[in-house]
Design a protein around this ligand. Structure first.
Ligand SMILES: [Mg+2]
Length: 312
């Protein structure tokens, strides 16, 4: 990829220069009208976009600017993980209020750190003025075989990476005016995109996948609807972070863990040794009218309301 083009003067390009100075070698070929990428021959291009908006996805004071940048990039990358795609490049569109200008370097550092961790070049973007901070990240990836939501089959088992409940618990604490438990805060401020885990799972025979962004129960609803099946989940099986009930955990969004279907069993011990997080069979898939059936000790429990970004 070529180096950056020389940029003209002016406030907007000053901001771009500031970003490039923070990003260093993780930014590649910035400054032309569009980015030019090579996609590995035989792969499909996989693209996703995700917006993080002040006042909707976080409140000022909850997170440091580095953390806001980091988790914005992770949220977008998680959608590539859900498709078992390999990341190729990231584009960053910011709306930046004047009062956020002093924190631009720190936002850039968080974005750059997430990109660097995944070996992902930042190849373009946009900055405009606005009343609220928003960070819109486009991620491009590629895969020979993608995982989809609509390919669960009756008889599949359902598996979950990681343990749930942290982000929801952190938001509950902040909303009540208290400081969250550090473990809960870290799950909100420093989530992981399960890129490598997804590729391991795909190679080991995963049949379908979704990332947990709106809460496990709600995301299972998406998986069930897309595949036209019933999914059964035993709440006792869902791994929980400390101090959180299963009911709270399955309503906790922005987890960025993965739920995958599989015909047979995964080698969960090998997965945990490799990635340091659990891989747990939480349920199964059967034929019938689309539904998510949650049970505890064999009895059905009510489904929590999912997070709907347009309902608040
Ligand atoms: Mg998703």
């Amino acid at each position: 990829m070529p180096d950056h083009s020389r940029l003209a003067g002016g406030a907007e390009f000053d901001a771009v220069r500031a970003l490039l100075a923070r990003w260093g070698s993780v930014a590649k070929g910035i400054g032309d009208d569009a980015a030019v990428l090579d996609v590995p021959r035989g792969d499909s291009l996989v693209a996703s976009v995700d917006a993080t908006i002040e006042g909707r996805h976080f409140r000022e004071g909850w997170l440091a600017p580095e953390e806001i940048g980091y988790r914005s990039a992770t949220a977008a990358l998680s959608d590539l993980a859900a498709m078992a795609a390999r990341p190729l490049a990231m584009l960053v569109a910011l709306t930046l209020p004047e009062r956020w200008r002093p924190r631009l370097d720190a936002l850039a550092d968080g974005l750059g750190e997430a990109a660097r961790e995944h070996g992902l070049p930042i190849v373009g973007g946009n900055i405009s003025n606005a009343d609220e901070l928003s960070i819109t990240i486009t991620v491009l990836g590629s895969a020979r075989e993608v995982l989809r939501r609509n390919t669960l089959s009756p008889g599949d088992a359902l598996w979950l990476t990681g343990a749930l409940g942290g982000p929801g618990a952190a938001i509950r604490a902040w909303s009540n005016g208290s400081a969250p438990h550090e473990a809960h805060r870290a799950r909100f401020s420093r989530p992981s995109a399960r890129i490598h885990e997804a590729r391991w799972l795909a190679a080991a025979g995963a049949t379908a996948a979704i990332d947990v962004s709106d809460g496990l129960a709600a995301d299972l609803g998406q998986l069930a609807a897309a595949s036209g099946v019933i999914v059964d989940v035993e709440l006792e099986r869902v791994p929980l972070v400390v101090g959180v009930s299963a009911e709270q955990a399955i309503a906790s969004g922005e987890e960025y863990e993965l739920v995958v279907g599989a015909r047979g069993d995964f080698e969960a011990t090998a997965f945990t040794e490799r990635f340091g997080i659990p891989l747990t069979r939480i349920g199964a898939v059967r034929a019938g009218v689309v539904d998510v059936v949650l049970t505890r000790a064999g009895s059905r429990v009510a489904n929590p309301p999912g997070y709907d970004h347009l309902s608040r």
